[in-house]
Design a protein around this ligand. Structure first.
Ligand code: ADP
Length: 466
C-alpha cells in the first residue's frame, strides 16, 4: 500500500513530540538531582536560622551570614527590628502587624531566601536572608484529603486544557506535515511528469522547478540527461537517414552500369551477324561500364575502410614544402596537356608534418582531378602553402565554375555532386571529396571548402605542424 508523504511526516512529528516530552521529564529529573547535589554547599543551607539562634539575640553570631552576602534580623513581639546585621530587605525599624503578615506571605515569591524562626523563649522572630542565586519553582501539589468534588472539577479542568493542547498540537503537526510534504511532492510530481514524457519519446522535455535546493541539482541533472538523449537521438536519426540515403545512392549508381553491361552482353550473344565495328563498340561500352562500377565499388570500399576502427595511418615526419613541390612538379605535364594555366606558391623553408604519403597523395590527386575535370580548359589552377599558428595550410584553388553556395555545406558528403546527372560525362562517383576529408581528418587536420571566393573554388587542407 502506498503511504502518503504527509502521513509519514505526521507520524514522524508525533514520535518527535513524544521524545521531546520524555527528554523534558529527564531534564527535570536531572535538575532536581543536580540541585540535591549542590544543596549542602549553598550558603542558605549552611547557615539556617536554627543553627545560629541564641536565647539572647544579642549573642547571635551573624558574621558568617554577612560574609556570605546575607543578613540577620530579629523582630520582637511588637514588630520592632531589634537586631539587624548585613542584608536588610525589611527596610524599616518597625513594622505594622499587616506589613509583617504581608512580608511572611510574600517571602516565598521574592528573589531572596528567608529562613524565619520564632523563638518562643526569647519571644522574637529570627530572620536569616540570603539573595537567591537561581530558583526554579515547579511543583505538582495535591492533597488526598481534599473534597472529591474539588478533585473532580480540577481533574476536568486539567483534562480540558490537555485535550485543547493536544488538539492544537495535532493540528499544527498536520499543517506542518502537509506543508513539508508539499515542498517535496510538488517538485517530485514535476520530475515524474518529465520522466514519463521522456519515456514516451518527447526528448524536448525540460523541467523548471524554480528552486535552489537539492531538487535544483536533480532538475539540472534531469535536464542535462534529457538534452543528451535528445542530441543522441537526433544523431542516431541523422545517421540512420545518411545510411538509408547511402544505400539508395549506391544501388542507384550501380544500377545503370550493371543494366548497361547486361543489356549489351545479351545483345552480343543474341545477335550473331554484327559487324566487327559494331561488336567492338558494344565491347567498349561494356568495358567502360564495368570500369565505372568497379571504380564505384573500390571507392566505397576505401570510404568504409576509413570509417573502420581498425584503420590506421603509416605516419612519417615529412618536409611538407618539399613534398608539395614534388607533387606540383608531377602535375605540370598533366595540366599543360589538358590546357590549364598554373601557379604554385610554396615557400623554400623546411616545414615538417606527420604524413602517410600514400593516403595524402589521394587527397591531392582528387583535388587535382576535380580541378581539371570540372573546369573549362584555360582555367588557372593555384597551389599555395602557408603556415598559421601551428597549422600548415595547403590551398588548392581554381578560377573555374565554382561550387554552388547551396552545396557548400554538403559537398563533402558521399554521392553529393554539383552536376547531379548521375551518368554525366564526368563519370564522378561523388565519393572523392568525402574520402579526401576523412584522410585529412585522420591526419589531425581537415579539408574544407573556403566560402566567399569570387570565382572558382578553393579547397583548404590543414595539417598540424610538428
Ligand atoms: P566526384 O568528383 O567523384 O563526383 P567529389 O566528391 O570529388 O566526387 O566531388 C563532388 C562534386 O563536387 C563533384 O561532382 C563536382 O560537382 C564538385 N566539384 C569538386 N571539385 C570541383 C571544382 N574544383 N570545381 C567545380 N566543382 C567541383
Amino acid at each position: 500500500m502506498r503511504t502518503k508523504l504527509s502521513n509519514q511526516f505526521f507520524k514522524n512529528f508525533l514520535v518527535i513530540f513524544i521524545l521531546t516530552i520524555l527528554d523534558t521529564i529527564l531534564a527535570f529529573v536531572l535538575l532536581s538531582f543536580a540541585s540535591g547535589l549542590i544543596a549542602g554547599s549553598l550558603a542558605k543551607n549552611r547557615y539556617p536560622a536554627g543553627k545560629i539562634v541564641k536565647d539572647d539575640y544579642n549573642q547571635i553570631d551573624s558574621s558568617a551570614v554577612v560574609q556570605n552576602g546575607g543578613g540577620v534580623q530579629v523582630v520582637d513581639e511588637e514588630y520592632r527590628i531589634v537586631y539587624s546585621k548585613g542584608l536588610d530587605t525589611l527596610g524599616k525599624d518597625r513594622l505594622t502587624a499587616e506589613e509583617f503578615t504581608t512580608f511572611l506571605r510574600e517571602s516565598k515569591i521574592k528573589p531572596y531566601h528567608y529562613d524565619i524562626l520564632y523563638h518562643p523563649k526569647g519571644r522574637f522572630w529570627l530572620i536569616v536572608t540570603f539573595p537567591t542565586s537561581i530558583r526554579i519553582d515547579f511543583a505538582l501539589v495535591y492533597n488526598k484529603a481534599a473534597a472529591a468534588g474539588d478533585f473532580m472539577r480540577a481533574g476536568w479542568a486539567i483534562a480540558f486544557v490537555g485535550i485543547i493542547y493536544l488538539s492544537v498540537l495535532a493540528l499544527f503537526a498536520l499543517i506542518y506535515s502537509r506543508i513539508t510534504a508539499a515542498s517535496i511532492t510538488g517538485p517530485l510530481h514535476k520530475l515524474c511528469d518529465g520522466t514519463r514524457l521522456l519515456r514516451e519519446g518527447d526528448y524536448s522535455v525540460r523541467v523548471d522547478l524554480r528552486l535552489k535546493n537539492e531538487f535544483a541539482e536533480l532538475q539540472n541533472t534531469f535536464n542535462d540527461m534529457a538534452a543528451r538523449i535528445e542530441h543522441e537521438m537526433s544523431l542516431r536519426k541523422k545517421s540512420e537517414e545518411d545510411r538509408r540515403r547511402l544505400i539508395l545512392d549506391i544501388s542507384h549508381d550501380l544500377k545503370n552500369p550493371m543494366s548497361s553491361i547486361q543489356g549489351y552482353a545479351e545483345l552480343l550473344l543474341k545477335n550473331s551477324n554484327m559487324t566487327w565495328q559494331e561488336r567492338n563498340e558494344y565491347f567498349e561500352i561494356i568495358l567502360n561500364n564495368s570500369k565505372r562500377a568497379n571504380r564505384l565499388l573500390t571507392e566505397l570500399f576505401e570510404l568504409s575502410q576509413l570509417d573502420s576502427p581498425e584503420f590506421t595511418l603509416k605516419l612519417a615526419g615529412t618536409d611538407v614544402c618539399e613534398y608539395i613541390r614534388q607533387i606540383c612538379g608531377e602535375l605540370v605535364p598533366r595540366l599543360e596537356q589538358e590546357g590549364f594555366e598554373y601557379n604554385f606558391n610554396i615557400p623554400e623553408d623546411k616545414i615538417f608534418v606527420m604524413l602517410d604519403i600514400d593516403r595524402f597523395n589521394r587527397i591531392i590527386e582528387n583535388l587535382a582531378n576535380n580541378a581539371m575535370r570540372y573546369n573549362p580548359k584555360g582555367a588557372m589552377v593555384t597551389v599555395s602553402l602557408t603556415v598559421k599558428d601551428d597549422q600548415v595550410l595547403i590551398d588548392f584553388s581554381d578560377n573555374g565554375i565554382g561550387i554552388p553556395d547551396q552545396l557548400a555545406g554538403s559537398i563533402f558528403k558521399p554521392f553529393v555532386r554539383a552536376d547531379d546527372s548521375r551518368n554525366s560525362k564526368t563519370g564522378g562517383s561523388g565519393l572523392g571529396l568525402s574520402i579526401a576529408k576523412k584522410i585529412a581528418q585522420a591526419h589531425g587536420g581537415d579539408l574544407v571548402l573556403l566560402s566567399g571566393e569570387s570565382k572558382g573554388s578553393t579547397f583548404r587542407i590543414t595539417v598540424p605542424k610538428l
